[in-house]
Design a protein around this ligand. Structure first.
Ligand code: 6R9
Length: 648
């Protein structure tokens, strides 16, 4: 493996952004942000063009982020209508179903327009108006995109709940934003298995206001229970609905969507993104990071339930008039060749996935890849978690044949789009490095203790951002104080990312992972506190502490230390019961990988659990427990180590 890989000359020649252009644009974006972003806002069709560009303040107590605040636009019109003149018959979305024997769909921009308008009219008929919230709990089907865009078209705010979440988690999110309508499906086929979404929705709705309506997109035709005057059959209504619907004129700062994400404390937060700045940022990053050119087929394998699906399956690509591929299935069904077969079948040019998928496929051997014709690929991307050099090298050599630069894009639900990534025609890549800040992004490395900025290279510390960018989240839904506290209170004057990072001697950035109590399991972000509160909700559990530990495929696994109530027998059956319990409370993505019985947990004298120690034990790193002098009862640690060695 080399330390650094240069992009192919041919690619550099044709790229939107080469090294000189990156340097010039980056400098301008930092020196003259107002001028730079006013130019970039030209890529949007405004109803009323903004004259105010940047009104942002990171000072604690008055954090306020507004971009283009006197501009008006409609996001759906930007993703659809404005393309119709030139691209009505061009494919907007290629839909590839779970089962490879089912036909793929090619949805043109005209069809996308008509279907989105039908959905918009159906929602209006159900009483949804500007500013109302709509929750989506859907498989990866075209209707998910129609529903997002339909909300945008009528000025409603969508909140997507990933289909892997449990009824409880869904119910909380419906209530969290007082949604008027829930859009779901009968069943979600994935990897040949079906998740009963409607049945989950039924359970969730038991805990919601009686007025919440449920719009059901029949995907499989599977049997579901039906509640009169609450449940509506989408296809029946859509068949009657007109295929036109005037887009609402929205303010740039009107919310476009809410997306719940995990943090280190408490319940998930509703991250709020608005319209003008978010779309400008999603469109620009999509074009530049993936070097997207007219007519190319672009594929991001994420689910629309995550921010990556929002920005890089739907909003970014469609704002750019791209052809975006939407895949319903999983990488390993029917076998480990599926991704590469889909790339071959649809002649994918840009392919964007997560390290966990790469690691899982790498383990299956190279034949699954090499038997497919991947000559259409030009750019590979990764997102969601740090990528280990071995997986990077396999992706680069075997999938990309050494010809496709890898864009390792670091960003977050909160950031709306890429904050750091190499640009394919401008930068060399290094295995595992996020390399360079995107235009307008001012990363700083801070000393975690003093909060002082560390200048010079190399540097290591926590990663913060010194100034706003248009794609930044605006607030936590219903709780602006929590927004300020979470992101702006630890390091004054900065947006704090929660990630650690290194800047190497060349000034390139490497993300080292979360420095808070958030773990990253298969690219899914999870608060250890959420899993803990699920565990202690079980009647046999007295106390629980959850940490991440290194996992070969998932990146991190979920390690639970559990103290049982007095007199409860610690058995393997109980471990299984607790695992099922957590799946039920949060969803399958939160399944504990390892449960260790803990007669006691290591605590300070003030009663704080010392997670640092628990992490080391979970990592089998007993020699490096660090300072244990503040422990109330040091014997607890010896017990845990002994148990760990006996595998709990
Ligand atoms: C887009 C997304 C955000 C967290 C983030 C970081 C990790 C994302 C990464 C990466 C290393 C990358 N992360 N991309 N770590 N290299 N290229 O994933 O959003 O689900 O909110 O997760 O994921 O720890 O803070 P989200």
């Amino acid at each position: 493996m080399k330390d650094s890989y240069s992009p192919p000359e041919e690619l550099v020649k044709n790229a939107h952004v080469d090294a000189a252009r990156y340097d010039a644009l980056y400098k301008r974006s930092i020196d003259e942000p107002e001028a730079f972003w006013a130019e970039q806002a030209e890529r949007i069709d405004w109803v009323k063009k903004p004259t105010q560009i940047k009104n942002t303040d990171f000072s604690l107590g008055q954090v306020s982020i507004e971009w283009f605040r006197d501009g008006t636009l409609n996001v759906a019109a930007n993703c659809i209508d404005r393309h119709l003149e030139k691209r009505a018959q061009q494919t907007a979305i290629i839909w590839e179903p779970d089962d490879p024997n089912e036909a793929a769909q090619h949805i043109t921009y005209q069809q996308l327009h008509d279907e989105t308008c039908r959905m918009a009219n159906v929602l209006k008929d159900l009483g949804v108006a500007r500013g109302d919230r709509v929750v989506l709990y859907l498989p990866m089907i075209p209707e998910a995109a129609y529903a997002m865009l339909a909300c945008a078209r009528i000025g409603a705010i969508h909140s997507i709940v990933f289909a892997g979440f449990s009824p409880d988690a869904l119910g909380q999110r419906i209530n969290g934003c007082n949604a008027k309508v829930l859009i779901t499906s009968d069943e979600s086929p994935r990897g040949g298995r079906k998740t009963l979404l409607k049945a989950n929705a039924d359970k969730a709705l038991l805990h919601c206001d009686d007025n919440v309506k449920c719009l059901v997109v029949k995907r499989t035709g599977g049997q579901t229970t039906w509640v009169e005057d609450r449940d509506y059959d989408y296809r029946a209504l859509a068949a009657e609905a007109p295929a036109t619907c005037e887009p609402e004129e929205m303010n740039a700062e009107d919310p476009l969507f809410i997306l719940y994400t995990s943090g280190s404390t408490g319940q998930p937060k509703g991250v709020v993104h608005t319209s003008g700045g978010y779309l400008t940022y999603a469109a620009l990053t999509h074009e530049v990071t993936f070097d997207y050119h007219e007519g190319e087929v672009y594929w991001c394998t994420a689910d629309v339930g995550w921010v990556t699906g929002h920005s890089y399956i739907v909003y970014g690509p469609l704002a750019n008039g791209a052809t975006t591929l939407m895949f319903e299935g999983v990488p390993t069904y029917p076998d480990a060749s599926r991704f590469w077969q889909v790339c071959e079948k649809h002649k994918v040019v840009q392919f964007y996935t997560a390290p966990t998928a790469i690691r899982a496929l790498m383990g299956q051997g190279n034949d699954y890849v090499t038997k497919c014709d991947l000559s259409s690929l030009r750019i590979l991307g990764t997102v969601g978690e740090p990528i280990n050099p071995e997986a990077w090298a396999w992706y680069n050599d075997v999938v990309g044949g050494g010809r496709c630069p890898i864009v390792d894009t670091w960003w977050q639900t909160e950031t709306g789009g890429h904050l750091m990534t190499p640009l394919p025609g401008a930068h060399a890549t290094k295995p595992g490095a996020a390399m360079k800040p995107f235009f307008g992004i001012r990363p700083v490395v801070l000393d975690p203790t003093s909060g002082e900025e560390i200048h010079g290279n190399p540097a290591e510390g926590v990663l913060a951002i010194a100034d706003s960018w248009p794609g930044q989240m605006r607030t936590v839904w219903g709780d602006h104080a929590r927004f300020e506290k979470t992101y702006f209170s630890d390091y004054k004057g900065y947006y704090f990312s929660g990630d650690g990072c290194k800047r190497d001697k060349d000034g390139d950035y490497w993300i080292t992972g979360r420095v808070d109590d958030v773990i990253n399991v298969s690219g899914h972000r999870m608060g250890t506190a959420e899993v803990e509160s699920a565990l202690v909700a079980h009647e046999k559990v007295a106390e629980a502490a959850v940490v991440g530990y290194p996992h070969k495929v998932k990146g991190q696994g979920i390690y639970c230390y559990v103290t049982l109530m007095n007199g409860i027998e610690p058995t393997d059956d109980l471990k299984k019961e607790l695992r099922d319990w957590v799946r039920n409370e949060i969803g399958p993505i939160a399944s504990p990988d390892l449960i260790q019985w803990a007669p006691g947990l290591p605590k300070t004298r003030s009663g704080k659990i010392m997670r640092r120690i628990l992490r080391k034990i979970a990592e089998d790193d007993f020699g490096a427990l660090g300072d244990t002098s503040t422990l109330a009862d040091p014997a607890v640690v010896d017990d845990l180590i002994e148990n760990r060695m006996n595998k709990g």
